[in-house]
Design a protein around this ligand. Sequence first.
Ligand SMILES: Nc1nc2c(ncn2[C@@H]2O[C@H](COP(=O)(O)OP(=O)(O)OP(=O)(O)O)[C@@H](O)[C@H]2O)c(=O)[nH]1
Ligand SMILES: [Mg+2]
Length: 336
Amino acid sequence: MVKRAKVNKAKINKTKVKKVKVEAPVIEKAQPEALLKCGFVSIIGRPNTGKSTLLNQIVGEKVAIVSPIPQTTRTAIRGILTDERGQIVFVDTPGWHSGRDGLDRFMNKSCQNSIEGVDCVVYVVDTSRAVGPEEEQIAQRLKHVKVPIVMALNKTDLRSKYLHQYLELWETTRQQKLDTMKDFVMIPVSGRSGTQVDKLVDVVFDFLPLGHFFYETDIVSDMSQKQLVSDIIREKLFLLTREELPHSIAVVIDELRPVKGKTTRIRAVIYVERDSQKEIVIGAKGQMLKKVGTMAREELEVLLETKVFIELHVKARKDWRDDHGMLADMGYILEL
Ligand SMILES: Nc1nc2c(ncn2[C@@H]2O[C@H](COP(=O)(O)OP(=O)(O)OP(=O)(O)O)[C@@H](O)[C@H]2O)c(=O)[nH]1
Ligand SMILES: [Mg+2]
């Protein structure tokens, strides 16, 4: 479980960081006397539309990693917002995309699973980019969703050049005029600057039923320490490497243990698909790997509130994205 930071000790990647502790939730203790608005809300959209940035902005902590590379998020991640109105468990999902290998199937399945059984869907679109076939497929899938949909017209700090395309697509898909659609709201937002994000949260709260809290009030994510560490190392690799390389990268944490209560020792293996990619990740005289280690360590020391020692290894494993055993080891478990 990831708790809300009591003191914001540092700013990393311009995002507030959180305090991490692994412990079982004690939900009864946190229950308010009256029923409040509580529910699960899935954040859906194609890759790179800003879903994770929006989640971090809503929760006020860095819960999900962010990068300019599409398909950064690989597993569904819960970010929890609790205030006097109630509790929303947001589920950030991998960008819905058209790839077909084992990892792609796992990511798309995570999206599909996360729209089933939720109370509301936040559909994030990037109106600075034209609509494409992936967007059409997502709209088709969301057409059948029975719960309210809030369409976040994201990145309004950029020019919303293609807004009309999104509106047309949605009307065509639902075969209905926007102003006659029930349980549907559109809100222009900027996840990056925070513009109108509070309005989006207001609308989501309005759609939720009354109920009990799911988590303690200071929990902001249910992510395990191992996943957090693996994702942060992967985020640094995504930020530092270019082109197609990020899609070939996976990070497996082999060791994560406290040493004398003052240091956390981490040993991670970075997998790539080819020997040539291994050389890029290591860099000339190991410079790239060193930079990744330093950036990850600096962030993790704040999050874990200990000194951190990171040992990074790089291995080439051809076709890991299609190897079920490897995918399971990496936490990308397929339940197809
Ligand atoms: N200008 C602008 N950029 C944004 C905004 N929100 C996110 N971004 C940028 O868009 C890129 C993708 O952001 P993410 O939050 O990782 O997007 P995502 O939808 O979670 O992406 P995947 O996990 O790959 O599906 C990053 O470079 C963000 O900084 C925004 O409101 N305005
Ligand atoms: Mg994401």
